[in-house]
Design a protein around this ligand. Structure first.
Ligand code: HEC
Length: 223
């Protein structure tokens, strides 16, 4: 008798706890305070994570969607309302509709927050040209190089690099392989003899190239 009461009390508590957790998870806000720009912040994430071969690029147009252009992306965006935007909904949903689809990784919380903030700010095709490019001092792999690769390359080259010909750029040791054979710099500088990267997108910002180049010239340390 006592046992049964205890069990149901426990079940009640467990269910209650999970509901609260779930409710909080659903309420999580993805807005950040810094202004976000389409060309500098949002487009690289989408190019890297959504336009792989067989996905939402201008040739394959999976589900009729071409995310290689601003206009194509805007089809799934309600400016000023990220919660109503299909683009946002598919990133945060739980279940088989989630994008990017397996075997590609989900976007990071920071990347989702960037996209949500951009939508909430009106989803304009703005650039926020970088006015200063800080390449003084030692370039750190962790704080300078890795975030560039994460946002521009690792939709294809992260994890098992399923969409990046098996070339992994999400871990230092494998990045170093591409540094040492010259293909990392060759591909981002669009040097003849190397495939121009990011594939399907424009060139990296000059500042990003300068940061990576300085880091490589210093011996590409794991710093
Ligand atoms: C949309 C997918 C995609 C994105 C984004 C992408 N790559 Fe690639 N990358 C590929 C594919 C596919 C290949 C292999 C086929 C080829 O060479 O085009 C490749 C090849 C490479 C190679 C080998 C090139 C060579 O000539 O040996 C390097 C290095 C590389 N990528 C680096 C990068 C870097 C750095 C970025 C980000 C700035 C990036 N990639 C972004 C898909 C992508």
């Amino acid at each position: 008798m006592f046992n049964t009461t205890l069990k149901s009390a426990l079940r009640f508590l467990t269910v209650g706890l999970f509901s609260v957790l779930l409710w909080n998870a659903c309420k999580r806000e993805y807005i950040e305070t810094d202004p976000v720009c389409f060309q500098r912040d949002v487009q690289p994430i989408i190019t890297s994570n959504c336009t792989q071969s067989g996905c939402h690029n201008s040739t394959d147009r999976e589900k009729g969607r071409d995310y290689s252009t601003y206009d194509g992306i805007m089809r799934d965006v309600e400016p000023g309302n990220y919660r109503q935007s299909e683009l946002y909904k598919v990133l945060v949903t739980i279940g088989p509709e989630v994008m990017p689809k397996s075997p590609y990784n989900r976007l990071s919380k920071d990347q989702i927050r960037t996209i949500a903030t951009w939508i909430e700010e009106g989803a304009t095709n703005d650039s926020c040209a970088v006015s200063t490019c800080d390449t003084t001092g030692v370039m750190s792999y962790t704080t300078r190089v890795k975030p560039i690769l994460q946002n521009n390359c690792n939709g294809c080259h992260g994890g098992t690099a399923a969409a990046g010909a098996g070339i992994v750029l999400s871990a230092y040791t494998s990045v170093k392989i591409s540094v040492d054979n010259g293909s990392l710099l060759g591909s981002i500088e669009h040097t003849g003899g190397f495939s121009a990267m990011p594939s399907g997108g424009g060139k990296l910002a000059n500042c990003d190239i300068a940061v990576i180049k300085k880091w490589i010239n210093a011996g590409a340390p794991n710093n």
